[in-house]
Ligand binder design. Structure first.
Ligand code: FAD
Length: 519
């Protein structure tokens, strides 16, 4: 492994360059590049790497206009190229041939990126960089009342504000909405749109009507999130996605004809999804194993016990899981044929009050087309529910052998690694859990760890082939689900973790389970 992989990994939302890739990347590119030259032995570079990763995350969606990259000058193969680029001190970053010292906050580097792009726009603008200069009332007022095939968002702001340009770049990869900025000094526009607070977004709808966009907080993140979730606004897929889960389920789902759309509420959790996930685990995923023995059998037993003790859904399902758990624990066998598990699951269905539907019925997890969402979505949901339920009933796992720290995460980690059909997902999840799970000491931390880890996966997969355009992967919960979860510090989006925790307890709590559409 090269030294660069120690500070930056392939999963980070940036490009790791070397002597061979630097020049072709930055010269033959349709986008501009911000490259940090660092040295893996320099202490300051090591500390600085978390800032750089946070920056890359923050501007991940600007990639088509400007990408973020790193190059390790401590690697022998890179000595010459670093010399050629005149790198004398580490870290140094270069954007469009200009050299900058990196002792800056994320916000100021981001503003520098905007300035460079805006100047580029006038000279040799990167192919995909949208116009960043303000529009005038003369250009914008004629749009009012006109029909169109997309939304137009007009951000009115003070001249020194960067929000408009940042939101324009945040929406770069989305179709269905065009973002333009205008200045508060443009009186005819401000008067015509009745602007009273800044910055503000005025939204021109495709049908010709126009309104102010209501936001709880006038922050970049709120504006961008709301615009991304307008009806019909979609992320353009990245063609070069590295991995996608639907490659594994596609064959299965493509054989099914599309089902009628089920109306659903994104603020609810549906038992139909949770039960479909359990059905999939027991009758589909497990069926790929002829028999369970050794470590696999132990992991399966633990999974069933966990669900039997913590599942907050219908009593009939809890009863089935309890029966299965008791049966597995009472068997002296070291090896259980899968057929025996299936017989029990199916036969028990005939007994009154013990039941697990034998059908996949996705509601909160339905995808806009076959092969998207479904099982992996419902499995995440199930484990989030179990973390919340474990906190609500902390003694439920007493005397089950699952009393240690973070039991839900431990079982999830082993289940995903051993049984989950997407091997690569299992490997990623295992890597994330390795070395981190022992830091999870309380039930609250268990809830938050899973939430945070799920968001890391969302960031990595945004725009990939498994990203459903109707449910684009993004930081979750969105401002419309939980406004108080979001804050801004020094211009950077930050989570209010107390609010996130309260939200997760509510959202994944037993009282938020909807029985609608359950079999
Ligand atoms: P999902 O990401 O499945 O989310 C389901 C629901 O959970 C969302 O609709 C939302 O209501 C809620 N939610 C979203 N984010 C959060 C959060 N941070 N905290 C709490 N709730 C949230 N696919 C790959 O291509 N590569 C991978 O490496 C990969 N790893 C995976 C690892 C695990 C453990 C699992 C269970 C799945 C993995 N997948 C992976 C599948 C992928 O994460 C998605 O599940 C799948 O693409 C379906 O996405 P979705 O849009 O339905 O939303």
């Amino acid at each position: 492994l090269g030294a660069s992989t120690r500070l930056y990994a392939e999963e980070d939302p940036l490009r790791i360059l070397g002597s061979l890739s630097l020049r072709p990347t930055v010269t033959n590119s349709s986008s501009a590049w911000l490259v940090q030259f660092y040295s893996s032995w320099c202490g300051h570079c090591i500390q600085y790497s978390s800032t750089w990763k946070a920056l890359a995350q923050d501007v991940q969606d600007w990639q088509q206009a400007m990408g973020v990259a790193v190059l390790d000058c401590a690697q022998e193969e890179n000595f010459d190229v670093c010399k050629e680029y005149g790198i004398k001190f580490y870290p140094t970053f270069k954007v469009s041939h200009m050299t900058h010292s990196p002792d800056r906050e994320i916000r100021s580097i981001r503003q520098l990126m905007v300035n460079v792009l805006q100047n580029h726009t006038r000279l040799d603008r990167p192919d995909h960089c949208p116009p960043l200069d303000p529009y005038s009332s003369g250009q914008l007022l004629p749009l009012l009342g006109q029909r169109s095939d997309h939304y137009t968002a007009i951000i009115v702001e003070d001249p020194d504000s960067y929000v408009g340009r940042e939101v324009i770049l945040d929406l770069l990869q989305f179709s269905g909405v065009e973002v333009k900025r205008a200045l508060s000094s443009d009186r005819p526009l401000v008067d015509a749109l009745h602007v009273t607070a800044l910055p503000t977004v005025h939204l021109l709808h495709p049908n010709g009507t126009h309104t102010h966009l209501h936001v709880q907080k006038r922050l970049r993140f709120f504006f961008s999130s709301l615009l991304r979730t307008l009806p019909g606004v979609q992320r353009r897929s990245r063609s070069s996605s590295s991995s996608s889960f639907n490659a594994h389920t596609g064959a299965l789902s493509d054989t099914h004809s599309p089902e009628p759309w089920r109306d659903m509420d994104r603020s609810r959790v549906y038992t139909a999804d949770l039960e479909s996930a359990l059905h999939y685990v027991l009758r589909v995923e497990l069926a790929t194993h002829d028999a369970l023995e050794g470590e696999e059998l132990k992991i399966f037993k633990d999974f069933v016990t966990l669900v039997a003790k913590l599942y907050p859904g219908r009593a009939s399902v809890v009863k089935l899981m309890e029966t299965l758990s008791d049966w597995l624990l009472s068997l002296p066998l070291q090896r259980i044929p899968y057929q025996a598990v299936l017989d029990l699951v199916d036969n028990k269905m005939r007994i009154a009050g013990v039941f697990l539907g034998a059908e996949l019925r996705w509601v909160g997890c339905q995808g806009s087309k076959p092969g998207l969402r479904g099982y992996p979505c419902a499995l995440w949901t199930l484990f989030h529910v179990l973390t919340v339920q474990h906190e609500a009933t902390p003694t439920a796992l007493d005397n089950t052998g699952l009393e240690g720290a973070a039991p839900v995460l431990q079982v999830m980690r082993r289940y995903i690694r051993t049984f989950f059909g997407c091997e690569e997902c299992g490997r990623h999840f295992d890597q994330a859990a390795a070395g981190h799970l022992e830091q999870v000491k309380s039930n609250e931390e268990q809830i938050l760890w899973l939430w945070n880890q799920h968001n890391q996966v969302n960031y990595r997969l945004a725009g990939s082939l498994s990203d459903d355009p109707l449910f684009p992967k993004a930081s979750w919960p969105s401002p419309s689900l939980c406004a108080s979860c979001h804050e801004e510090k020094n211009g950077i989006h930050v989570w209010n973790q107390d609010q996130v925790l309260s939200f997760l307890r509510r959202h994944y709590g037993a009282s938020n389970l909807s029985p609608q559409y359950a079999l």
